[in-house]
Design a protein around this ligand. Structure first.
Ligand SMILES: Cc1ncc(COP(=O)(O)O)c(C=O)c1O
Length: 438
């Protein structure tokens, strides 16, 4: 599945999602437009929840909010029974404002500011995932001075290199994240955390080996490393974790040829590897947790753009330019990410030509898709890029003072704006003019 589960071509030859004709959607809400299909989100949450309850121990499903976040979206995640991972004060603020119970919030980040740590403590965030010795010391001081205790996980670096673009690998030894297992740093962190003189309750360990992972064997390897580490902490520090969090990273289908592992097979792989490794090590298997982001929201959304210009460079290529680009989808520029496309108002037409889809920004690298086969396109057509739900809007920016797009959620033929398009006034709302100085 590249498109949302409810997507189909209707009698008008238009792409329809959630019972809404996408041509009507752009006429009502404008372009660029993110269209988020509620049914896809809910069904993926449920598949995770069902698969996670089928194992020998519990597996908590923690949605990684960095993939996409809004108040309404958090409320869906909450209702479906997932927990949430936030990695900044802003994400924490939004989760709390959406009514997310604090005890189901995990606070991440390799450099949480003192303000963010205080915010987490004051709001009684369930678990803080500690990333460094400096953070351990800061948390120790903050909890001591408040006379409170705080549950923590330690983020560990297992030293694994899954097959994915290297900028989104975070588990290798040379990483800004976490305590290295191989170099003994993680053991020292455990000793600090379990010292009875501090106010920290060490609950478990966290690893995150990367993103858009197709090779699920990488998870087996990380489980093996983690369980071996647990054997050492039992022996050396008399510490047995309640829970092991294996992070996020399950890949999704961006192009038709992509073949990611299903949610169900992913959960089975994790359970089987965890049972195998814990039996081999002769220890009880702790509870498990995973932190999917992309695999919940990635395929739930598409972006709709209006084609504004078409430029033929004879014998070279055809540039089809749309009214968005790196300001609403920076992933092609950042990671060389690849996307497919279709023409939403000619959804059933056969492709006839290979074109390059360019954005409208003043950067020649602002290209959304290098080569894609499309039907005959004309100025005014609506171009749709599927699978933009994760790290699309979440990374949207105001380059060239482009307004961030609207996000509409569709279900049963109804569309509701869950994030309004920014206005031009929004762009200057936090600014002062020179008049204020003179
Ligand atoms: C700590 C952590 N957990 C979970 C995720 C979610 O990863 P994904 O969206 O690939 O599932 C990320 C992504 O970078 C992460 O850094």
């Amino acid at each position: 599945m590249v498109l949302p589960v409810t997507a189909k071509t209707n009698q008008l030859n238009h792409l329809e999602i959630g019972g809404c004709d996408t041509v009507d959607l752009v006429n009502e809400f404008g372009t660029p437009l993110f269209v988020l299909d509620k049914e896809t989100i809910v069904s993926r949450c449920r598949r995770y929840m069902t698969s996670s309850s089928a194992g020998p121990v519990g597996m908590e499903i923690i949605y990684a909010a960095k993939a996409f976040m809004s108040l309404a979206f958090c409320q869906i995640i909450e209702r479906e029974g997932l927990s949430i991972d936030v990695s900044s004060g802003g994400e924490l603020f939004m989760a709390l404002r959406a009514g997310f119970p604090a005890d189901r919030i995990y606070m991440h980040g390799n450099n949480k500011t003192p303000e963010e740590l205080i915010m987490a403590l004051e709001n009684k965030v369930g678990t803080i995932v500690v990333d460094s010795f400096d953070e351990l010391a800061a948390l120790d001081e903050l909890t001591n001075s408040r006379g409170i205790r705080q549950k923590i996980f330690l983020r560990l670096t297992p030293g694994i290199k899954p097959k994915t673009h290297h900028y989104i690998q975070t588990g290798q030894i040379d990483s800004k994240f976490g305590f290295g297992i191989e170099d003994g740093v993680a053991k020292a962190a455990v000793d600090f955390a379990v010292d009875p003189s501090n106010n920290l309750d060490l609950v478990g360990f966290h690893v995150h080996i990367g993103s858009q992972i197709f090779a699920v064997e990488s998870y087996k390897k990380s489980i093996e490393i983690l369980i071996n580490f647990v054997v050492d902490t039992i022996k050396d520090s008399n510490f047995y974790p309640e829970k092991l969090n294996l992070g996020g990273g399950l890949g999704i289908k961006y192009l038709n040829d992509d073949a990611p592992t299903s949610i169900e097979d992913f959960a089975t792989t994790i359970f089987e590897a965890a049972v195998f490794e814990s039996e081999k090590a002769g220890i009880d298997l702790p509870e498990l947790a995973i932190e999917p982001g992309r695999s919940i929201v990635g395929n739930a959304a598409v972006t709709l753009y209006r084609i504004g210009t078409i430029k033929e460079v004879p014998g070279v290529r055809t540039y089809v330019s749309v009214d968005g680009g790196m300001s609403d989808n920076i992933r092609p520029m950042l990671y060389g990410a690849t996307y497919g496309a279709l023409v939403a108002n000619k959804a059933g037409d056969e492709p006839v030509k290979t074109v390059t889809v360019a954005g409208k920004h003043c950067e020649s690298g602002d290209v959304i898709i290098k080569d894609v086969e499309l039907p005959e396109v004309e100025v005014g057509d609506i171009l749709c890029t599927p699978a933009t739900g994760a790290y699309g809007f979440a990374m949207a920016n105001n380059f060239n003072m482009q307004r961030k797009p609207a996000v509409v959620m569709v279900e049963g033929g109804k569309a509701k704006t869950i994030i309004e398009r920014q206005t031009y006034e929004d762009l200057i709302i936090n600014q002062s003019s020179l008049d204020d100085f003179e």
